[in-house]
Design a protein around this ligand. Structure first.
Ligand code: MLT
Length: 410
């Protein structure tokens, strides 16, 4: 018989969000009349911006004309989108990124997993805890870890706790690590890293020849000054960081699918015989071999994010979700719940009340209020005792959720 990849068997049976969906489905089967409101997975609810829809419609028309029809596009993305990204996301913030360092893809989830293909097996990997589960699970699948302990921490990974005890500021590791995952604004806690704090990580990476995987999928939600939108705002970061960005959460592309990853040409690793090796050609090779590019229609939609109308419509969407977060925060605080996040991110991170574990609180909320959130422990051992609520929902559902939370927890 064919051998399977044993490493998969180290993982919990289900990925976090399908597991939540399974429990919610069991609840709704048993309680068909319950009006369940889902504040679990961070999936957008509001329609695509008009500017993006119009651009996609125009692109569909082009596809119907033999003169303008397109087949395979460049795997790395069309120049019109790569140039727009550089102009609006990087040049405007003083970052020196060129269009051929931008790789357009169908999602940051895929890219943060796929990036491991181009790194050696023996790298020491550091991740903040709690963390977006994809970072851990993809390292386990790739065989970079041992077995999990009874709290679910995998042998071989360096976990950096990020909790209220350290004001949600991850401590620089004492031992040397090769690869570091940072996600800011943070999923799940919704907290941010200021310029000075991020600089410490860039300096650490430069001193230790480490590489930072910087997931900035939620950057559009930053409202406070002195919070970098890109790691490349920090001097020297192009030599040590890969940045992942997405149109999912700013432009509502979770179902439409478009994202990008920046791999600077200055970024270097080392081969097993000690020779310096640029990372950019390796990622280019990987991307061209395993990916055929995002559809022309979708890339035209993504380009429209940067038009004057698109920028305005996206700002309205972001403000809408941030207002939802603010309503959730205020409602929870009014009944004495400790709340973090929700100011520079669409996630509100709460302390579970009365010593309840994360999953106990999940069950209590689901059964008593018919609300679904995400248990903090699902994001890692240090997330135990916390719970995440997503602000991605209609205003009506958010208001209704706040009422239910106040009644249940007040
Ligand atoms: C989340 O809820 O953490 C995100 O929606 C997951 C994702 O973006 O893949």
């Amino acid at each position: 018989m064919a051998l399977v990849n044993d490493h998969f068997l180290k993982l919990k049976a289900g990925y976090l969000f399908p597991e939540i969906a399974r429990r919610v489905n069991a609840f709704t089967d048993a309680n068909p009349d319950a009006k369940v409101i889902k504040l679990g997975i961070g999936d957008v609810t509001e329609p695509l911006p008009e500017a993006c829809r119009e651009a996609m419609q125009a692109a569909i028309t082009e596809m119907g004309d033999p003169e303008t029809f397109r087949g395979y596009g460049p795997e790395q993305g069309y120049d019109f989108l790569r140039n727009a990204i550089v102009e609006h996301d990087y040049k405007s913030r003083g970052c020196e990124i060129s269009a051929d360092e931008v790789f357009v893809s169908d999602g940051s989830k895929c890219d943060t997993g796929n990036i491991l293909d181009i790194f050696g097996q023996d790298n020491k990997v550091a991740i903040t805890d709690p963390v977006y589960p994809v970072y851990v699970d993809t390292n386990v699948m790739a065989g970079r870890t041992g077995e999990p302990d009874d709290q679910g921490r995998f042998e071989g990974l360096t976990y950096i706790p990020v909790t209220e005890e350290n004001n949600f500021i991850p401590a620089i590791p004492e031992q040397r690590v090769d690869l570091i995952y940072l996600c800011y604004p943070n999923n799940p806690s919704g907290t941010v890293l200021g310029r000075e704090e991020l600089k410490k990580w860039v300096d650490y990476a430069r001193e230790n020849n480490s590489i930072i995987f910087y997931d900035a999928a939620y950057e559009a939600f930053i409202t406070e000054e002195d919070v970098p939108h890109s790691i490349y705002e920090i001097d020297g970061a192009t030599e040590v960081a890969i940045e992942f960005r997405s149109f999912s959460k700013n432009a509502g592309f979770t179902g439409t699918r478009c994202a990008f990853t920046v791999v600077p040409k200055a970024l270097k690793g080392v081969t097993s015989d000690g020779t310096e090796q640029a990372i950019h050609p390796l990622w280019n090779r990987r991307h061209c071999t395993k990916f055929n590019g995002v559809s022309y229609i979708i890339q035209r939609g993504a380009e429209a994010v940067y038009s004057e109308a698109g920028k305005k419509q996206i700002q309205e969407l972001i403000s809408f979700y941030l207002e939802n977060a603010s309503l959730l925060r205020a409602g929870l605080e009014s009944v004495g719940i400790t709340v973090y996040g929700g100011v520079n991110a669409p996630y509100v991170w709460i302390k579970t009340p009365a010593g309840l574990s994360s999953w106990e609180f999940f069950d209590k909320l689901l059964s008593e209020t018919h609300l679904v959130g995400t248990p903090g422990s699902g994001f890692g051992a240090s997330g135990e005792g916390y719970f995440r609520l997503s602000a991605f929902n209609s205003r009506e559902n958010i208001n209704e959720s706040v009422d239910r939370l106040k009644k249940s927890l007040g």
